[in-house]
Design a protein around this ligand. Structure first.
Ligand SMILES: Cc1cc2nc3c(=O)[nH]c(=O)nc-3n(C[C@H](O)[C@H](O)[C@H](O)COP(=O)(O)OP(=O)(O)OC[C@H]3O[C@@H](n4cnc5c(N)ncnc54)[C@H](O)[C@@H]3O)c2cc1C
Length: 503
């Protein structure tokens, strides 16, 4: 494990991202296979770039397989719909590229992807895979790895979760301030190690014969499903064994939509990001679902923002940092945005990989749990059942509006999301049950759910990454937020008009 206080070179950071199993120098017969399951995009994708380099170096065909399992918690129609739109988009983007094959694989019954991966291990000389060391693996990630390991084929896992590799730190940071210092210390090197923006540009590789692909598709139900239904998936989607009760939302999924969303934000939101707490201003980027599904990467966003700086040169970044402002050569609004994207987002990524108990109530700081437990018997303004909460049926119109936005759009405005989380403490005498209910609501309904940020955001409402505050009823030492003060401070008339009643 590296000494975390050390400033690393770009090469050292790069090496920390690569996780080889077996030798990749001399490959056996077969194709290079890229398993796309975290970074679902074609630009700024380090694993794809590594797969392309291997295919070029060994003069092999390249097959990209993007998978969508049907097993695992919180698999709902809403999320499948979004991911499948991403697959449609990737198919379109690759339509005229003969140098490689892309296959989408949508599982319709548990076990199908495991069988597909056993078949792929016969055909593949090397598996390149998205990897997030320390974080829980995606459902078929282990199946793919196991199949290749059993077949004695090498694997190259690539960590592209953020600007910094997950292996950089050997333990989780207790606060954003501590993580920010690590981030700034490595930022120069990290900015010198950005992946190639367009790994497929000018690519020429040996093709995979069409009849071999057709046979593969015919014999493997997840591939056959995608071949038949990807362009008009709605009816077939209804037959998948996932939670059909959480309806799809209007937000389009996919890399092209993510890039449009980024451009909109750069044109209309970023310069006004200091007003982000006011829901009526609508200046937040809306990028979190795309980041969660890998339809866009941190690198693309960072590149676009730094491109606004004339003659930008990472070597001119200061050697020392750690403050929220004054590190990047950018206006305060841009810096504030990068702080959310890099510090807060990657703090959660690192914590998921390094902090024992990160995804459960028991993993919260001891002072917060003890303080909340000590207040279990404080009188509550009301106690609502999980059903009433899910139905946005409380006596707090602002909370109801946030819950309705979550159900209707699959997101909640950032500031209101904090209030949404904290208010559950008011309405429950059991903080552990309140925590579990929040995790369930967030991950079931939010398009960006099941992300490390899901647990860091919810944990933050319960004291994670924070410090003790002067004790208050019910909250004890945990920072308190109230709907009344939020209504006084923020501009949200339009928000309440939109979400104040069932649509
Ligand atoms: C109770 C609760 C639950 C949350 N659940 C999730 C979740 O499931 N998935 C998720 O991605 N975020 C979650 N967050 C964090 C935050 O609310 C969202 O990331 C943000 O609202 C997304 O909107 P945006 O993309 O417009 O953000 P912007 O303000 O445009 O920020 C850009 C990006 O920075 C990152 N970011 C912004 N704010 C935070 C933050 N507070 N913590 C960590 N990263 C941040 C996100 O990746 C975001 O997309 C949660 C926060 C709370 C309080």
């Amino acid at each position: 494990m590296p000494e975390t206080a050390e400033r690393l070179s770009p090469q050292a950071l790069h090496d920390l991202r690569c996780h080889p199993s077996g030798t990749t120098a001399n490959l056996g017969p077969g194709w290079i296979i890229y398993h796309m399951h975290r970074q679902r995009r074609l630009t700024d994708n380090r694993a794809l770039a590594a797969a392309v380099a291997a295919a070029k170096g060994h003069r092999r065909p390249l097959l990209i397989i993007e998978t969508l399992p049907c097993t695992g918690p919180w698999r709902a129609r809403r999320h499948h719909h979004f991911a499948i739109q991403g697959m449609q988009d990737t198919t379109r983007r690759l339509a005229r590229r003969l140098a490689l094959r892309y296959l989408a694989a949508v599982e319709t019954k548990a076990g199908q992807l495991a069988r597909l991966w056993r078949r792929m291990a016969d055909l593949g000389a090397l598996l390149v895979s998205d990897q997030a060391p320390g974080q829980p693996s995606n459902d078929d990630e282990d199946q793919a790895r196991q199949a290749f390991l059993r077949a004695g084929r090498p694997i190259l896992g690539i960590d592209d979760q953020g600007l910094l590799p997950l292996r950089l730190l050997d333990k989780a940071c207790p606060s954003a301030a501590v993580f920010r210092r690590h981030l700034h210390r490595q930022a120069r090197a990290a900015c010198c190690d950005l992946p190639p923006a367009e790994p497929l540009a000018g690519l020429r590789l040996p093709p995979i014969p069409a009849d071999e692909i057709a046979e593969l598709v015919r014999r493997n139900p997840p591939l056959a499903w995608a071949a038949e239904h990807l362009s008009t998936p709605d009816q077939a989607l209804s037959r998948l064994p996932i939670d059909q009760g959480i309806a799809a939302v209007d937000l389009p999924g996919g890399e092209s939509a993510a890039q449009r969303c980024l451009e909109r934000f750069l044109d209309h939101g970023l310069g006004r990001y200091d007003q982000r707490n006011h829901p009526d201003q609508a200046v937040c980027s809306g990028l979190s679902p795309y980041l969660r599904w890998g339809h866009i990467g941190t690198t693309t966003i960072l590149r676009r923002i730094l491109a606004t700086v004339p003659d930008w040169d990472p070597l001119r970044l200061p050697e020392r940092g750690g403050a929220r402002q004054g590190f990047w050569p950018l206006p305060a609004t841009h810096e504030a945005f990068l702080d959310q994207l890099l510090t807060w987002r990657e703090l959660g990524q690192q914590a998921m990989a390094r902090m024992p108990g990160f995804t459960c109530y028991g993993g919260l700081p001891a002072w917060a749990r003890a303080g909340l437990e000590a207040r279990r018997h404080d009188p509550r303004p009301a106690l609502y059942s999980p059903d009433r909460l899910e139905a946005a049926d409380t006596d707090d119109p602002l909370w109801n509006a946030a819950q309705r936005q979550l159900r209707g759009e699959g997101i909640i405005h950032n500031y209101l999301r904090m209030l949404w989380g904290k208010n559950l403490l008011l309405w429950s005498t059991d903080p552990a049950a309140a925590y579990d209910l929040l995790v369930d609501l967030n991950n079931r309904y939010a398009l960006d759910g099941c992300d490390p940020n899901s647990w860091s955001g919810i944990g933050w409402c319960f004291g994670l990454f924070d410090h003790p505050w002067p004790a208050r009823p019910i909250y004890g030492p945990v920072r308190c937020m109230t709907s009344a003060s939020t209504r006084r401070k923020l501009r949200l008339d339009e928000y309440l008009q939109r979400w104040g009643a069932d649509g």
